[in-house]
Design a protein around this ligand. Structure first.
Ligand SMILES: [Zn+2]
Length: 294
């Protein structure tokens, strides 16, 4: 992602909105609020960084652009329990339904107590969708590079196949659907591997080192707006689904003590020994979810 886009994100964030640009390459629609700001000249048009950003955005989203799947969607609702519920106006979060219910899923029969965070090892939330579809897997939400949240499934109605985990049965036998039945899956887009990202729009991600399962790993970080959007999404989900636990673990270590019934917000690496996702996500900030008022 280039600096112009980062500047644009910062400015819109200052207005209380997470930026709505998909894929770092502007191949989807921006928010109505953002368009209003552009049109009103409310953003500092004289700033050279903004001039560049504006040219780039308008090139992709101008009046002659072709219709996209997000056209006409306000982005200020979230689908829960079959209802499209409005997000509080002060929530810096944009959620758009994307190919709803097209990924493999089950029927939710148990109370939600967990959220499990992942990175998608993909180049965008849209690519994440395609990969999941091809593999017969799913997740409820995907947080794109610019903080836009794509909703694939309704967490109160659908079970997603996102975290097999490593759960043994009482008799010590095999692993079965681990952590899916009582959890919400959230995938934050990040190719993670610097080699994969080379030459792409998101190659500008910073490298970050994190200790996972006791080993220091260096990989690509999330963008700040993705972290903010992920936290905002969790706050909204907790407010709407009070059974969702808010306990969390600051360290990325698999201890083998969690079960599908343990309330809280976990990383995939907490529930599956072989996983390193969501690499780089600041678990300590999950304290903000319990403190949230939404
Ligand atoms: Zn995962």
């Amino acid at each position: 992602m280039n600096t112009a886009v980062m500047a644009l994100q910062a400015m819109l964030r200052a207005r209380g909105k997470t930026v709505v640009v998909v894929n770092g390459t502007f191949d989807a629609v921006t928010s109505n609020a953002m368009w209003a700001a552009w049109r009103a000249g409310d953003l500092n048009a004289a700033d050279p960084t903004m001039v560049a950003a504006r040219a780039e955005v308008c090139g992709a989203f101008g009046p002659n652009r072709s219709p996209g799947p997000w056209d006409g969607l306000a982005g200020q609702t979230i689908l829960l329990g079959g209802k499209s519920l409005p997000l509080p106006p002060d929530v810096p979060l944009w959620v758009v339904p994307y190919n709803l219910h097209q990924l493999k899923h089950g029927l939710r029969q148990q109370t939600i107590v967990q959220a499990i965070l992942h990175h998608d090892a993909a180049g965008s939330a849209e690519q994440c969708f395609r990969v999941l579809k091809a593999r017969g897997l799913s997740t409820h939400f995907a947080v794109d590079d610019c903080g836009l949240v794509l909703q694939f499934l309704d967490p109160l109605v659908n079970v997603a196949w996102h975290a097999m985990g490593e759960v043994r049965r009482e008799d010590g036998s095999s692993i079965e659907h681990g952590f899916n039945f009582r959890s919400i899956g959230i995938d934050l887009s990040n190719p993670v591997d610097p080699a994969t990202a080379a030459g792409r729009a998101d190659a500008g991600r910073e490298l970050v080192t994190q200790k996972i399962h006791g080993r220091d790993l260096t990989r690509l970080d999330f963008y700040a707006c993705q972290e903010e959007a992920g936290l905002a999404l969790l706050k909204v989900l907790h407010a709407r689904i009070p059974s969702l636990g808010t306990s969390y673990r600051p360290d990325a270590v698999w201890k083998g003590d969690l079960t599908r019934n343990t309330p809280g917000i976990f990383g995939h690496y907490h529930v599956a020994k072989g996983k390193i996702d969501p690499f780089g996500f600041p678990m300590n900030r999950l304290a903000e979810v319990a403190a949230g008022t939404w």
